[in-house]
Design a protein around this ligand. Structure first.
Ligand code: KIV
Length: 270
């Protein structure tokens, strides 16, 4: 009997950090083994984002996403991949209370999924926690600007930095998480000049989503760029048209079942 083994050689956290100012870092979200296997061929890291609560589970915001759901999807993505670094989001309520709480939950995510890093939202206010985690062996990707877990406080999903007076706060956030030991930082929903300024000021790679090509890398939600959502935000470029393609396939199947042309000779065991 022979067993099939897949060679697993993943991009490491230091390799991502070393890409600062170099070749742009490619990243997408993925929540399942099959899409992750495709993304794995092209992405430096894959984020199992808590956006899965909205994209896959129909939630209005990411606030309701439970830890167990992140772990379940994280496991699937790790199983489906062998090259990309896998980063799993810490969901709302699992890290903000204290560094100890954050460590317990981040360690659970890493042990149970086999991912290589976690991501959490927040700037200066999360610096102490980021330092606590990184000093104890947990690589952290930070996330500032538009932070969806705080959408209730922000009054919705609003582009950050339109008012230049707010820039100092975002810059201070970026510096604080860098000094605390984050290896990279997501800049979400941020005006281009602010994203460019932050990218020049800090020593770790910035990963933009709605933050312009001035960042050191880019990330998009896979389902957004595949055209699976009814509404597309301005910052998303739609590379595929899967929504209408899936609908056409389902419609054709339904018609063929009804007129008994499926299953046909080719699909029948004789
Ligand atoms: O949850 C997510 O998908 C994210 C990306 C938008 C960066 O955090």
């Amino acid at each position: 009997m022979s067993t099939q083994t897949k060679t697993i050689r993943r991009t490491t956290v230091p390799q991502i950090a070393a890409r600062k100012g170099g070749e742009p870092i490619v990243s997408l979200t993925s929540y399942h083994a099959h899409t992750a296997a495709i993304v794995d061929k092209y992405a430096d890291f894959i984020l199992v984002g808590d956006s899965l609560g909205m994209v896959m589970h129909g939630m209005e915001t990411t606030v309701g996403v439970p830890l167990d759901l992140m772990i379940m999807h994280g496991k699937a993505v790790v199983r489906g991949t062998r090259q990309a670094l896998i980063v799993v989001d810490m969901p709302f309520g699992t890290y903000e209370e204290s560094p100890n709480m954050a460590f317990r939950n981040a360690a659970k995510i890493m042990k149970e999924t086999g991912c290589g890093a976690v991501k959490l939202e927040g700037g200066a206010r999360m610096a102490e926690t980021i330092r606590f985690l990184t000093e104890r062996g947990i690589p952290v990707m930070a996330h500032i600007g538009l932070t969806p877990q705080s959408s209730h406080v922000m009054g919705g999903f609003k582009t950050q930095g339109r008012d230049e007076e707010t820039w100092a706060t975002h810059e201070a956030d970026a510096k604080a998480v860098t000094q605390a030991g984050a290896f990279a930082i997501v800049l979400e929903g941020m005006v281009e000049p602010l994203a460019a300024k932050i990218t020049k000021q800090i020593a770790i790679p910035t990963i933009g989503i709605g933050a312009s090509a001035e960042c050191d890398g880019q990330i998009l939600v896979l389902e957004d760029m595949l055209g699976l959502n009814e509404w597309t935000p301005k910052f998303v470029k739609v590379y595929g048209d899967l929504g209408p393609q899936i609908e056409a396939s389902v419609k054709a199947y339904a018609e063929e079942v009804k007129d008994r042309s499926f299953p046909s000779e080719d699909q029948v065991y004789r």
